[in-house]
Design a protein around this ligand. Structure first.
Ligand code: IMP
Length: 182
């Protein structure tokens, strides 16, 4: 059990389960990208632990970079966008794998995807540690999904509540949300 600010979180996905599932995803990527050199793009802050664990299990040649998603900005042409920040490398012609901690409504990763596409990568895949299919509000094409979970608030292994709680080896769930462990 873990208390963060005013909320109580209980165990949900343990360390062994997380690590072995990420190793499976990495093995899949090793096969799918055999002969290629993918460029991993880790979406900060939440995906840093997922990205590190996944990379430890990749045996193919690969590179990594990190981006952030800015706050909402209005534009005349497209309405509202969230710009990606911190991208200094060229992704043109690269096999990009975007790494996200969790896809909830899908709006964040959708925006990131659209902006990465403007850099003309050779290919673009999305890997997410967690996915809440029932919360989805837009169509997203997820190539690698660690765990599909119910629409409940989770914490740990990089994910936060109000900035805190990222520093755990397991994933916890808000006690009042808790339905069933994966
Ligand atoms: P989306 O745009 O609704 O898909 O939200 C994605 C972002 O919201 C993630 O990158 C997280 O930062 C945050 N988020 C969504 N659900 C959770 C959760 O259950 N715990 C912690 N952060 C979450």
């Amino acid at each position: 059990m873990l208390t963060v600010k005013d909320k109580t979180f209980v165990p949900f996905i343990n360390q062994t389960t997380i690590e072995s599932r990420i190793a499976e995803l990495a093995n899949q990527i090793n096969q799918d990208y055999s002969g290629k050199e993918p460029f991993l793009v880790i979406v900060l802050n939440g995906a840093f632990m997922f990205g590190a664990e996944l990379m430890k299990n990749l045996t193919i040649a690969c590179r990594v970079t990190f981006i952030r998603v800015g706050s909402y900005q209005k534009t005349e042409s497209t309405g509202v966008v969230r710009e990606i920040l911190g991208l200094t490398e060229s992704l043109t012609g690269e096999d990009v794998i975007l790494l996200e901690d969790i896809v909830d409504t899908g709006l964040t990763i959708q925006q990131v995807r659209q902006q990465i596409e403007t850099h003309n990568p050779a290919s673009l895949a999305i890997a997410t540690l967690l996915f809440k299919p029932t919360a989805l509000k837009t169509e997203v094409d997820l190539s690698y999904v660690g765990f599909e979970i119910e629409d409940q608030f989770v914490l740990g292994f990089g994910l936060d509540y109000d900035g805190f709680g990222r520093n755990t080896k397991e994933i916890l769930v808000l006690e009042e949300n808790h339905k069933e462990a994966v």
